[in-house]
Design a protein around this ligand. Structure first.
Ligand SMILES: Cc1cc2nc3c(=O)[nH]c(=O)nc-3n(C[C@H](O)[C@H](O)[C@H](O)COP(=O)(O)OP(=O)(O)OC[C@H]3O[C@@H](n4cnc5c(N)ncnc54)[C@H](O)[C@@H]3O)c2cc1C
Length: 394
């Protein structure tokens, strides 16, 4: 009999790994265990849908390498599977001379990462691409695209099932034990597998503890709220318009993003969340809040970044404050032109000293591989992350 590989987590990363295994190792049985009653219920189903081209990531980092490869693989995949995808392009815009030093550094990074077709624009060149955007300088990345990541994740799941694998919903993994010659995973029933790959997103630190992994990095959830632009103003942005990000943070700043269904959204902001899996505005989980507030690393982080937190809080409380930031880039879209839309919860990994862990973190200890940090652009990179994980499982 062939071997069995268990996968914890039915998000895009777990499903991409499962698909890569059934393609690369015929005869291997894959069992995906997902705690929710549907696939892609968390980060994969609550993101911006952007297929990133590699503008931001430190050259040589896993993010830079796997985003570039992942985008190429994803474009090929959505084409084969006829999943709606648009290369609508994006502008990263500087609106103030004080941003130009950061802007120059970003251009250098993007060029080192080989972002295809990248151009630096100014003045009328900017409004040729986005007629309603304002800026003193912009980077144009024509290869940045948009897709529905839930549709991509579901296509991966169909391939797993088509190859004889199993995707179990409502299967929350509560124990992981090493047994002779394998790993026993309890999710209601007990499954004994030859290898286990843990892709638990917002729960990845808790799952790592079940595996006996290190305590750090820890996950702190950050909420990201979106606004939807009214239909009569939707055509004011053709593709995407982003600010120059603050290099101290992995978040890209509130931006204008087109969705594959044609709607235009603004977001997401980034503010501490009090739950890892509830999406209402006032949602709170006592367990998740205690896990964040009871950990020294969080307070070290908060001590350093409280000013940014206070600014973000204004946008959480007031639609007007939220849109004031976005309006610097597209002045004709204001608070009266948007309604609150959905929100996402990001799994942000923090090191023990409270510093933000920027790069992807993937650990392997004998038969267990744990994806411990897979923030944006992990959806873009999912097929390349899957290659990386399976290469190292041999
Ligand atoms: C607001 C926001 C915007 C983003 N924008 C982009 C973007 O535009 N482009 C991009 O490339 N990336 C973006 N990202 C990042 C991207 O969505 C994530 O990097 C990616 O979805 C991570 O996939 P995942 O499979 O690791 O995690 P998830 O999608 O969170 O999946 C993890 C799964 O594990 C399951 N699970 C957890 N614990 C257990 C357990 N004990 N037992 C069984 N199952 C369990 C969960 O239920 C969940 O379904 C964004 C993220 C957010 C939140």
């Amino acid at each position: 009999m062939g071997e069995t590989v268990g996968i914890v987590g039915g998000g895009i990363v777990g499903l991409a790994v499962g698909r890569e295994i059934v393609r690369r190792r015929p005869g291997t049985r894959v069992v995906v265990l997902e705690k929710e009653d549907r696939l892609a219920a968390h980060q994969t189903g609550h993101n911006s849908g952007v297929v990133h081209a590699g503008i931001y990531y430190r050259p040589g980092s896993l993010k830079a390498q796997l985003c570039t490869r992942g985008r190429a693989l994803l474009e090929e995949y959505v084409d084969q599977q006829a999943i709606p995808y648009r290369r609508c392009g994006k502008l990263v815009v500087a609106v103030d001379p004080s941003e130009l030093e950061r802007f120059d550094a970003l251009e250098k990074t993007a060029r080192e990462n080989g972002v295809p077709g990248l151009r630096r624009l100014q003045g009328a060149e900017i409004t040729e691409v986005e007629p309603h955007a304002f800026g003193i300088a912009a980077l144009h990345s024509p290869a940045t695209g948009i897709v529905d990541y839930v549709a991509v994740a579901q296509a991966f799941a169909r391939e797993i099932v088509g190859a004889g694998g199993d995707v179990r919903l409502g299967a929350e993994v509560t124990a992981i034990d090493r047994v002779p010659g394998g790993v026993a995973v309890t999710a209601g029933e007990r499954h004994v597998v030859d290898h286990l790959v843990v892709c638990g997103g917002l729960q990845s630190d808790r799952l790592a503890r079940l595996v006996g992994g290190s305590k750090a990095p820890r996950i702190v959830p950050f909420r990201g709220e979106y606004m939807q632009v009214a239909p009569q103003k939707q055509e004011l942005v053709r593709g995407m318009v982003y600010p120059v990000p603050d290099p101290r943070y992995p978040f890209l700043g509130v931006h204008f993003t087109r969705r594959v269904d044609g709607t235009l959204e603004v977001g997401p902001n980034a503010f501490l969340a009090l739950s890892r899996d509830r999406y209402g505005r006032g949602s709170l989980s006592a367990r998740d809040t205690a896990a964040t507030l009871g950990w020294g690393g969080f307070w070290r982080f908060a001590g350093e970044h409280w000013r940014t937190g206070a600014t973000e809080l204004r946008g959480v409380l007031s639609k007007r404050a939220y849109m004031r930031a976005a309006q610097r880039y597209v002045p004709e879209i204001g608070a009266a032109d948007v309604v609150r839309a959905g929100m996402g919860l990001r799994a942000q990994a923090l090191a023990a000293d409270g510093s933000l862990v920027d790069d992807f973190v993937i650990d392997r200890v004998d038969r267990v591989t744990s994806v411990r940090n897979a923030p944006s652009p992990a959806a873009t990179s999912s097929l390349a992350i899957a290659e990386y994980v399976v290469d190292r499982m041999a």
